[in-house]
Design a protein around this ligand. Structure first.
Ligand code: NAG
Ligand code: NAG
Ligand code: NAG
Ligand code: NAG
Ligand code: NAG
Ligand code: NAG
Ligand code: NAG
Ligand code: NAG
Ligand code: NAG
Ligand code: NAG
Ligand code: NAG
Ligand code: NAG
Length: 410
């Protein structure tokens, strides 16, 4: 009798508090070895690609047959004092050109390598004239232009390339900035947007647009203390901006934002979420994903996680514990909803999507096995901004309520 009450109350509590949409699906073991340094990932045509600096190659993993894995090699490794230096090593950023079936990859020697996806090998190389990495990339399919950031140069700059003839068209200096982060192309206005973590004019960072016609910075949107890293477009003109760990250490709080670029206004504040690198968006589910590998609680306690954010409400839907090493990449397969995160001690971990808000109601628990422990935000049903709750708190909450109920029932 007591057990039934405890279990019933626990189930009711979970269904009422958690709006989980993902659960652990599978783990693909590392090959040839577990990396200590990776960069970006993406999904194209049911295939997952991950830039792995430790293995100096791009993993190619069929999501239909998750045990089959291939590594495209030919990238540069730069060792400084015995460890891989990310500023001179690749592969780094990735972007697919669907019309050409090409994967463009930033490399540690300042080149962009063009992989032919049918041949699974490097077909061409473009030198961005740097001896340090060409980092993150974005693609404008209308004008067939690819941009790459060169964040480790002084000044940092954006390289502009023609996809049609595989040449460097020019560069745009960010004389005022230290470092550059993710570029993103907005199909709604045909502009590239660049995440500028820190500049003299905007110490909390900014988002700048480019004028490709005359190779200049067009417009700059200053951000409130953010030090942005990953950015991605979601619903029309909605730019998800992931703030980095520097926001927590320098400004004392964690928050990420959604910027409506048509109004130049922040329309959502995802409180408690920072320390991210790569972000992703799935149009079919309307969800943003943030690889918050350097997130912290109270500004000090490390809480590496991947976070799922509702793109229309700006609410945190679910978080999963990850690691602070390789889990700064996140990718999603828009077709199946599968979310994929590389975790050093486990492998490439996939999480499956349960259709419908809050799952389909049969399995709303966010708990997973192993060290990929899940936590769920319990605040999605309230009017206040989402705050993070850890798994311990939820379990204790379940136990407390269940115990009280059980005592009263006796
Ligand atoms: C490499 O190690 C030496 C000696 O410990 C140190 O002086 C130097 O700053 C290090 N270089 C880098 C790039 O970290
Ligand atoms: C990807 O899928 C599209 C549409 O089915 C197809 O035309 C294209 O050849 C595929 N590309 C690769 C590299 O598999
Ligand atoms: C790229 O160009 C720069 C400057 O022209 C040159 O120093 C560098 O060696 C080139 N890199 C490669 C990999 O050819
Ligand atoms: C390459 O294509 C661009 C347009 O995308 C054009 O401006 C440029 O002149 C072309 N360069 C060469 C060498 O054909
Ligand atoms: C960018 O900066 C470099 C280094 O200061 C300089 O040589 C180059 O002329 C600048 N390019 C443009 C287009 O301003
Ligand atoms: C580039 O073009 C825009 C609009 O055509 C103009 O406002 C801007 O001053 C130009 N910038 C440079 C550096 O030429
Ligand atoms: C976002 O929320 C945090 C509190 O969680 C707050 O410190 C920060 O100022 C907010 N940002 C903006 C732009 O209002
Ligand atoms: C964070 O701070 C709050 C308020 O001071 C405290 O109750 C909570 O235990 C702290 N959490 C951690 C993980 O330090
Ligand atoms: C990363 O996490 C490990 C524990 O898993 C911790 O020992 C280490 O200090 C963390 N590193 C950073 C830079 O936060
Ligand atoms: C509900 O989700 C579970 C887990 O993904 C799945 O096995 C089940 O088939 C789904 N049921 C319905 C009715 O969609
Ligand atoms: C996102 O939030 C909206 C309400 O703003 C809701 O209708 C929708 O179902 C939510 N989507 C998910 C996947 O939770
Ligand atoms: C988890 O939550 C409980 C209760 O809110 C808090 O006391 C504890 O410090 C938290 N632990 C971590 C690791 O965040």
């Amino acid at each position: 009798m007591k057990l039934i009450i405890v279990v019933t109350v626990a189930v009711i509590f979970r269904l009422a508090s958690a709006q989980s949409v993902y659960s652990l699906a599978s783990t693909i073991p590392w090959t040839p070895k577990a990396p200590s340094s990776v960069d970006q990932s993406l999904v194209y045509n049911d295939t997952y690609y991950l830039a792995d600096r430790s293995n100096a190659g791009v993993h190619v993993i069929s999501l239909a047959d998750t045990t089959n894995s291939k590594l495209i090699t030919g990238f540069t490794t730069g060792i400084v004092n015995g460890s891989i230096s990310s500023s001179i090593s690749g592969p780094d950023g990735l972007v697919v050109l669907p019309s050409r079936n090409e994967l463009w990859v930033g490399d540690g020697d300042g080149t962009v390598k063009i992989i032919d996806l049918f041949g699974s090998s490097i077909a061409a190389t473009i030198n961005t004239t740097s001896s340090k990495r060409a980092d993150e990339l974005a693609y404008d399919p209308t004008n067939d232009i690819v941009v790459a950031t060169n964040p480790n140069e002084n000044p940092p700059y954006v390289s502009v390339m023609s996809a049609a003839n595989r040449t460097l068209l020019g560069r745009i200096n960010f004389s005022d900035a230290s470092g550059l982060e993710q570029p993103a192309f907005n199909p709604a206005d045909g502009l590239f947007y660049i995440s500028v973590p820190i500049s003299k004019a905007n110490p909390g960072g900014a988002i700048s647009t480019l004028n490709i016609a005359n190779m200049s910075i067009a417009k700059t949107y200053p951000l409130p203390d953010c030090v942005p890293a990953g950015i991605v477009f979601g619903p029309t003109n909605a730019l998800f901006i992931a703030c980095s760990a520097s926001q927590i250490t320098e400004f004392g709080y964690a928050a990420s934002y959604i910027l409506d670029v048509s109004m130049g206004k922040l329309v959502a504040n995802i409180s408690g979420l920072a320390g991210s690198d790569q972000v992703a968006y799935s149009p079919s589910s309307g969800l943003f994903f943030a690889a918050a590998y350097q997130n912290m609680i109270n500004g000090t306690v490390p809480q590496p996680q991947v976070a799922v954010v509702n793109a229309s409400s700006g609410k945190l839907v679910q978080t999963f514990a990850t690691d602070n090493v390789t889990a700064h990449a996140v990718a999603v397969d828009d077709k199946s909803g599968l979310m994929i995160v590389p975790i050093m001690k486990q492998g490439i971990v996939t999480y499956s999507f349960m259709a419908g808000a809050g799952g389909n109601g049969t399995s709303a628990s966010g708990t997973t096995s192993g060290s990929a422990t899940a936590t769920s935000s319990g605040t999605t049903s309230t009017k206040t901004s989402a705050t993070l709750k850890n798994f311990t708190a939820q379990v204790l909450g379940v136990f407390l309520i269940a115990s009280i109920t059980a005592i009263f029932a006796l």
